[in-house]
Design a protein around this ligand. Structure first.
Ligand SMILES: [Zn+2]
Length: 316
């Protein structure tokens, strides 16, 4: 038996094993977490938060969004190690030793048995479902590991499952570090946002305007939030605005950016808001409400982005 075959046999012996002891949800399904969730993802379906509407629906009361399944038992920022170790940890250690030291998540599928309701208390049991033979991928050579998570309620009923697959791989050898500064990451340009980036290349800060009701909107999207019209036209912003909020990014540091990096949420005088770098000022001196104005940064021939500097005393 070759070393590779021996390793694969060892790895595949983990298939079917339970990953440590079952984990109990720290809190029962509750309205507060549901509210935070639906606000974060902007899901306005009333069955999640409106008692009266939920009571009149087929559910007869408040239910939790099914996609919150994992949230009820997600581990915290400082996870406590599983008592008595876990098969998953052992499997990972085995792969690390064999040189498959990097990891990337590849797929996640969830299935829901029923809607969860406030008061339900979940328990999670995880199993290693399979370990693939060695595969060659764009990231490097590695093994796909699939785990199956079973979510049960206080009565032991299976209420949902999640299949989660990762690739544990041997990182490809690093290429020589480029002498030139790498380019900024490319924005994802969609059919809806293309006009905005094209405008930016011409140093024009554009806002989408509904051709029917005249409402302005940003970020770009296909439909007017006010009147559901699909007709729109671009208008050019004056470039004057104020700082609605900001963050100063220290970590992680990417070589294409300068740090500390102040990123603002800018209220344009037209009434829309956008995210852009704040420059020309020490981050400590930035203030909420501060008047700022647009300037353009040509990061490379294909990428121009708006950024904002403070309006100097005396007016610029
Ligand atoms: Zn409209």
């Amino acid at each position: 038996m070759s070393g590779g075959e021996e390793l694969l046999e060892q790895l595949q012996s983990y298939a079917g094993q339970q990953v440590g002891a079952p984990v109990a949800a720290p809190d029962e399904v509750n309205q507060a977490m549901i509210r935070h969730w639906v606000e974060a993802v902007d899901d306005q379906l009333p069955i999640y938060t409106d008692e009266a509407a939920a009571a009149n629906s087929v559910h007869g009361g408040i239910v939790a969004p099914p996609v919150m399944l994992q949230a009820w038992i997600m581990r915290g920022f400082r996870p406590t190690p599983a008592e008595g170790g876990s098969a998953q940890d052992d499997l990972m250690a085995l792969l690390d030793e064999a040189g498959f030291t990097s990891v990337v998540a590849t797929n996640c599928d969830q299935e829901y048995g029923r809607y969860l309701r406030p008061g339900d208390r979940l328990t999670l049991t995880s199993f290693i479902e399979s370990v693939s033979p060695e595969k060659t991928t764009a990231l490097g050579v590695g093994h796909f590991i699939t785990t199956r998570q079973e979510y049960r309620d206080q009565d032991g009923e299976l209420v949902g499952t999640m299949t989660f697959r990762i690739l544990k791989f041997r990182p490809a050898a690093r290429k020589e570090a480029p002498a030139e500064r790498p380019k900024r990451p490319r924005p994802v340009i969609t059919q809806d946002s293309r006009f905005w980036f094209e405008g930016a290349k011409e140093h024009r800060l554009l806002i989408q305007k509904c051709s029917d009701c005249g409402d302005l909107r940003h970020p770009p999207g296909p439909m007017c939030h006010s009147c559901q019209s699909l007709r729109w036209e671009p208008v050019e912003a004056s470039g004057r605005g104020t700082v609605h909020s900001y963050v100063v990014n220290h970590h992680p540091q990417l070589p294409a950016f300068d740090y500390p990096l102040a990123i603002g949420l800018i209220d344009l005088e037209e009434g829309t808001r956008l995210v852009a770098d704040i420059v020309g000022i020490e981050p400590d001196d930035i203030e909420i409400g501060m008047a700022v104005e647009l300037e353009w940064a040509d990061h490379d021939p294909d990428l121009s982005l708006p950024q904002f500097h403070p309006v100097t005393a005396g007016g610029a």
